[in-house]
Design a protein around this ligand. Structure first.
Ligand SMILES: Cc1cc2nc3c(=O)[nH]c(=O)nc-3n(C[C@H](O)[C@H](O)[C@H](O)COP(=O)(O)OP(=O)(O)OC[C@H]3O[C@@H](n4cnc5c(N)ncnc54)[C@H](O)[C@@H]3O)c2cc1C
Length: 350
């Protein structure tokens, strides 16, 4: 599509990536990013894990501000701990393509760089928008009205392994705890859940850990309703009309968070990239179908997520298979299929 004006609401990772991919794919496009927050107040609430679970993070090699200088940790091992009727089960999964990234610095530098682009205008701290674009992109993140889960976290100094990520699931709970390294001797420790989510939970959790000082705390909403609609919870439409103009949802606004891991960055990348392709091919009407297809893995995660309450034993078994499949090399994927042909095939390909 040529000679169009695109208004992007939200300057988070989805808004930034949409602008960047779009400016590369369509030559004659004028893009305006409208971000609520000022540069000073701009912040990102996140555990900052870049997990290539949906295979989309490779697209980040195409963008104008490389993520590499912002990588703080290279995670080589994920530990999943399951508490069940007094038992503890543990899966240790060697990981590849799992990084901890200083997202805030990356996104701020990215916004500055985009503003230097003659096709892109970045409006910070602008809450009354003058929107007259041919296409409106909703990149405003999870909304108070739509979100399905909440997450809280603290950043703590202590004795942590810099190359290990930990997820801890407890029977009967609808969420999980995480410990992600942040920088040397510092970790991001949080709790994600559908109900009963508060900072008290995190503070109780860290009480028996080797933690010295809390240096920062944060919280945010998570929306995984794109995968929830199959259960009749919410019907998420990714392409709507707004004052007779198409309005497209990307990233968290599209409900693309993985309910099992809380990971939303792949969804931000995939939806932004698909949007840019659809607009450059003049096929915006195919956007929703393509996003759903590319994010089918979310349905598998959603099914496992729900199984946690119904059948915790089965949940443990299947999470192990799915996570090994997601995180491992091609050779290990094949080994996994050979070891568990029926279960793995059913879980991964069905
Ligand atoms: C506590 C927590 C931990 C997480 N940890 C991870 C993790 O480790 N790995 C991972 O992959 N994902 C993680 N996620 C999810 C990930 O952070 C999100 O998927 C990702 O930030 C989505 O980006 P987005 O641009 O779609 O939305 P957001 O990052 O929410 O950005 C939306 C932007 O829009 C702005 N905005 C809102 N409303 C308006 C409006 N009306 N007009 C203009 N601007 C507006 C906001 O100020 C914001 O800057 C985590 C989420 C939370 C809450």
């Amino acid at each position: 599509m040529l000679n169009i004006k695109v208004d992007i609401l939200g300057g988070g990772v989805s808004g930034i990536l949409s602008a960047d991919f779009l400016s590369r794919k369509c030559e004659d496009v004028d893009i305006s990013i409208h971000e609520n927050k000022s540069f000073r107040d701009y912040s990102v609430n996140c555990a900052e894990g870049f997990i290539n679970s949906r295979g989309w993070l490779g697209k980040l090699n195409e963008i104008s501000v490389s993520i590499k200088p912002y990588i703080r940790n290279d995670i080589d091992e994920s530990r999943q701990i399951f508490y069940r009727r007094g038992d503890v089960t543990e899966n240790v999964v060697p990981t590849r393509n799992f990084y901890i990234v200083d997202r805030e610095s990356w996104q701020k530098d990215f916004l500055r760089k985009l503003n230097e682009n003659s096709n892109i205008e970045v409006n910070m701290a602008s809450s009354s928008f003058d929107i007259d674009g041919d296409v409106i992109v909703d990149a405003t993140g999870s909304s108070e009205s739509d979100y399905l889960a909440k997450a809280v976290y603290g950043v703590y100094r202590g004795n942590f392994n810099d190359n290990q990520a930990l997820l801890e699931f407890r029977e009967g709970e609808d969420g999980y705890y995480w410990i992600f390294p942040h920088s040397e001797g510092v970790a991001n420790i949080g709790y994600f859940g559908v109900s009963d989510v508060n900072m008290k939970k995190v503070r109780e959790y860290v009480e028996n850990k080797d933690v010295r000082e809390e240096v920062e705390a944060g919280a945010g909403l998570l929306d995984f309703s794109l995968s929830a609609d199959m259960h009749g919870l919410t019907e998420k439409k990714l392409l709507k009309e707004h004052k007779n103009k198409p309005m497209v949802k990307v990233g968290d606004a599209a409900g693309l968070v993985d309910p099992l891991t809380g990971e939303g960055l792949s969804g931000a990348v995939s939806s932004s990239y698909i949007l840019a392709e659809c607009l450059s091919d003049n096929r915006l009407e195919s956007y929703e179908e393509r996003v759903r297809k590319e994010n089918l893995v979310l349905k598998k995660s959603m099914n496992l997520f729900r199984k946690r309450k119904e059948n915790f034993d089965k949940f443990i078994e299947e999470v192990d298979i799915l996570n090994q499949f997601r995180a491992s090399s091609f050779k290990n994927k094949l080994l996994l299929l050979l070891k568990n042909p029926l279960k793995a095939t059913k879980l991964i390909f069905k």
